[in-house]
Design a protein around this ligand. Sequence first.
Ligand SMILES: [Zn+2]
Length: 296
Amino acid sequence: MKVIGVDIGGTKILGGLIDERGNLLEETLVYTKAHLGREKILENLFIAIDKLIDKDVKGIGIGSAGRINFKEGIVEYATDNLPGWTGCNLKQLLEDRYKIPVIADNDVNAAVIGEMWQGAGRGYKDIVMIAIGTGVGGAIVYNGEVIRGRNWSAGEIGHMILYPKGRQCNCGQRGCLEQYVSGTAIARTYSEVSKEKKIAGAEEVFLLAEKGDKMALEIVNDFVNSLSIAILSLKNLLDPEIFIIGGGVIGAKRVWWDKLKKTLENRASITPAQLENKATMVGAAKLIVDYLGKND
Ligand SMILES: [Zn+2]
């Protein structure tokens, strides 16, 4: 059996043709061009799927940024990274077009399922995943099942308040984790502290820290401290077997991973994600494989 798994992000749509054992047979990337709105995002989603689909494909799994109604396959809420995406009925639109079953979930929920199937989550049943990229996403797995919440917003770890009265967040609160730990936040902090220096992104801050830049080192230490506070709070709340840490910032883990381990001592078990940018796509495929298995 073959299925298609798709990861819809603010910048890229990543699609994969995957068999029921998780082998990636073919892959495609289409730029989302999200700023052009819902119709353009859908057009690019169709282009990605059209490139992969053939008569042997039995279903499509979608992992999308935003709050996704898993039961209905509807985007309940998406931020301005995907303008106009809120309210989009992904399941119905895709089932009407392709005449095969479709399932949709939040991108980090799909990512943790991907890691459980093919990556760092294999063999674990109680997991917290933290995805640190442009923003901070999260997913909670309890006894092998993703906890999605009453309003499909469980696991929004990025909006746990870390510093009351802290930085304003786009969610309306102040001092959210995302405002201190995301790639965006790391770059912003460096720009603020160094004043005149323009900084391209978090990767540049990590490179500067590696070269011994004092300001960058301090920011990396603050990043590690903030992240460890969040991990320990979650550990006290959920006591998972393992924390899987992924997202773009994991690419620079050579600079900060050992510091994080040292800060946590043995109070929480952490492991880096293994599927890199493919986790959501692979997990979305697994969701539809399981769905087809149950509805045979
Ligand atoms: Zn927030």
